[in-house]
Design a protein around this ligand. Structure first.
Ligand code: ATR
Length: 272
């Protein structure tokens, strides 16, 4: 019976146990998946103890993703590029780390808005860890014009340096100009999240066929998506990113590639 976990600090709000529990049930598997809260100072010891305690692997979330990267013996290409790990597993005793956030982002848009990547230009709000995964995903998909907007422009410049050609860093006030020609608009900041300020972005100059997506999923209908909807723009919510990013880990630990179904989506929505 394979055992897996999700760890973070705090961890009680994580929906991952619900997602993996649903799949274990759906596929009749006898594995387990549990949330384990680990403070930053205990993280290295926790990782050391995994094999001894019989874990096949697990998920890592805030604030451990960079730390996990440093502790792994090997990384998949996405983790290598993003510099953060959200999925751990073992291969011949070696600790391996992957990053499935970029996969989740792309798989969500593929499912909700097929053809979303026809025009390879995007405006990305935010330059933190989540933005790194999104920018990597877009580069992988052949995007050749990615305009990163961040309150702290230096952080956007760091992404420009990291990912190279086709990426430009901008100040928030440049948004109206940057919207011209941007086929995809992505919010990766924590703005719009329940309890936080709204992402005050005036989308009135967005291209009429632009797609607006938010990686925030609580609430599902963020202020940004609402204002996009009111302007008649296409939208895609971020819940699917959470669901799809869980797929590769489940497959590694439990041996079945699980499906993201409407029933799973409903289950998570009911818990919100
Ligand atoms: P994550 O890993 O979720 O991306 P992060 O690395 O802390 O988290 O990044 C948070 C992002 O939200 C950053 O782009 C941050 O902007 P700064 O780099 O300027 O801090 C952005 N953000 C958070 N609160 C914000 C606010 N009140 N106004 C504008 N941007 C904000």
């Amino acid at each position: 019976m394979a055992k897996a976990f999700v760890t973070g600090f705090p961890i009680r709000h994580s929906r991952s146990p619900l997602i993996h529990g649903h799949w274990l049930n759906q596929y009749g598997l006898s594995g387990s998946y549990q949330a384990i809260e680990v403070a930053p100072e205990g993280f290295a010891d926790f990782v050391q103890s995994l094999q001894r305690n019989g874990y096949a692997g697990g998920n890592v979330t805030i604030p451990h993703k960079e730390n996990a990267f440093a502790l792994c013996d090997q990384h998949d290409p996405a983790a290598e590029e993003i510099g953060a790990v959200n999925t751990l597993w073992f291969d011949h005793g070696k600790l391996c780390g992957g990053n499935t956030d970029a996969y989740g982002f792309v798989a969500n848009l593929d499912a909700l808005r097929p053809g979303w990547d026809r025009n390879k230009s995007a405006m990305v709000l935010g330059a933190g860890g989540a933005s790194r995964a999104v920018v990597y995903a877009l580069k992988q998909r052949g995007f050749n014009d990615i305009r990163i907007v961040n309150r702290t422009v230096d952080r956007a410049k760091q992404l420009e340096d990291r990912f190279g050609a086709g990426i430009t860093a901008h100040e928030w006030r440049a948004i109206p100009e940057l919207l011209k020609g941007a086929a995809l608009i992505v919010n990766t900041t924590s703005l719009g999240m329940e309890g936080n300020a709204d992402a005050a972005v005036d989308l009135s100059r967005a291209e009429p066929d632009a797609l607006v997506t938010d990686i925030v999923y609580v609430p599902l209908d963020t202020p940004l998506l609402r204002s996009a909807g009111e302007l008649g723009l296409k939208t895609a919510d971020g819940l699917g990113m959470l669901l799809h990013q869980a797929v590769p880990g489940f497959e590694r630990w439990f041996g079945v590639r699980p499906e993201v179904t409407p029933a799973l989506r409903q289950l998570i929505l009911a818990d919100m």
